[in-house]
Design a binder for this molecule. Structure first.
Ligand SMILES: [Zn+2]
Length: 224
C-alpha cells in the first residue's frame, strides 16, 4: 500500500481550501491545517501545547522545531498511516528540511508538494471584490456574485462591508510576505522533484480534476 503524504501550498485566494476539501473526500486523507492544530494543542494543554503557548504569550513566533513536533504528533496517529494533507506547514525551506528529517526518521517521505498558483493581480481582484453582510455574514462578490442592490444584502437587507483582510493594501502586504517565504520553499521541493504546479486561475472543477489525475499517477508509479 503506497502512502499519499502531501503538502498543499499557494497564495491566499487561490482556492486552496476548496481543493483541500475535495482531496480529503477523494482520497480519504486527514487534513492538518497548522493554525488549527496549534490552537487545538494549546487548548488541550498538551505538553507541546503549553510549550507553544509560552512563545505565543510572549508574542514570539513558535519555533520550527515545536511546530514540527505538533505536526508530527498528528502524522504519527493511526488515521494518517496511509497519508495526510498538510496546509500551512512547511512555510519556509527551513521548516521543509525539519519535516523531511522527521519523516525520514520514521522511514516515510513526502509524495508531492502541490502548489496552486495564481498571479497577484488575480488574487487581489478575487479577494478585494468580496463583501460580507454585517448581520449574518452572507458573502457576495462585486464581479462574480453581486447583490441585487448595491451595498445591501439580498437576504436580510443589512449593510455589506469589506473585511480589513480583503482590502487591497492588506492583501499586497500578505502577498509580499507569502512570496518572500515561499520562493525558497518552492525551490526546495523543485530540487527534490516533488513539486507539482496547478493553475489556480482555472475553474475549481478543472483544478480538482488536474490534481486528482496527478495524484492517481503518482500512486500508480509508487505501486509499480
Ligand atoms: Zn445577509
Amino acid at each position: 500500500m503506497s502512502e499519499l503524504n502531501l503538502v498543499l501550498m499557494g497564495p491566499p485566494g487561490a482556492g486552496k481550501g476548496t481543493q483541500a476539501e475535495r482531496l480529503v473526500d477523494d482520497f480519504d486523507l486527514p487534513y492538518y491545517a497548522t493554525g488549527d492544530i496549534l490552537r487545538a494543542a494549546v487548548e488541550e494543554e498538551s505538553e507541546l501545547g503549553r510549550e507553544a503557548k509560552e512563545y505565543m504569550d510572549r508574542g514570539d513566533l513558535v519555533p520550527d522545531k515545536v511546530i514540527c513536533k505538533v505536526v508530527m504528533e498528528r502524522v504519527d496517529s493511526a488515521e494518517a498511516e496511509d497519508g495526510f494533507l498538510l496546509d500551512g506547514f512547511p512555510r519556509t525551506s527551513g521548516q521543509a528540511e525539519t519535516l523531511e528529517e522527521a519523516l525520514d526518521r520514521r522511514g516515510r517521505s513526502l509524495t508531492a508538494a502541490l502548489l496552486i498558483e495564481a498571479p497577484d493581480e488575480d488574487v487581489i481582484r478575487r479577494l478585494s471584490g468580496r463583501r460580507i453582510c454585517k448581520k449574518n455574514g452572507h458573502v457576495y462578490h462585486m464581479d462574480f456574485d453581486p447583490p441585487k442592490n448595491e451595498g445591501v444584502c439580498d437576504q436580510d437587507g443589512s449593510k455589506l462591508v469589506q473585511r480589513d483582510d480583503d482590502k487591497p493594501e492588506t492583501l499586497k502586504k500578505r502577498l509580499a510576505v507569502y512570496h518572500d517565504q515561499t520562493e525558497g520553499l518552492i525551490d526546495f521541493y523543485e530540487n527534490r522533484g516533488l513539486l507539482r504546479r496547478f493553475d489556480g486561475t482555472r475553474q475549481p472543477d478543472e483544478v480538482h480534476n488536474h490534481i486528482r489525475a496527478t495524484l492517481a499517477t503518482l500512486k500508480l508509479e509508487a505501486e509499480l
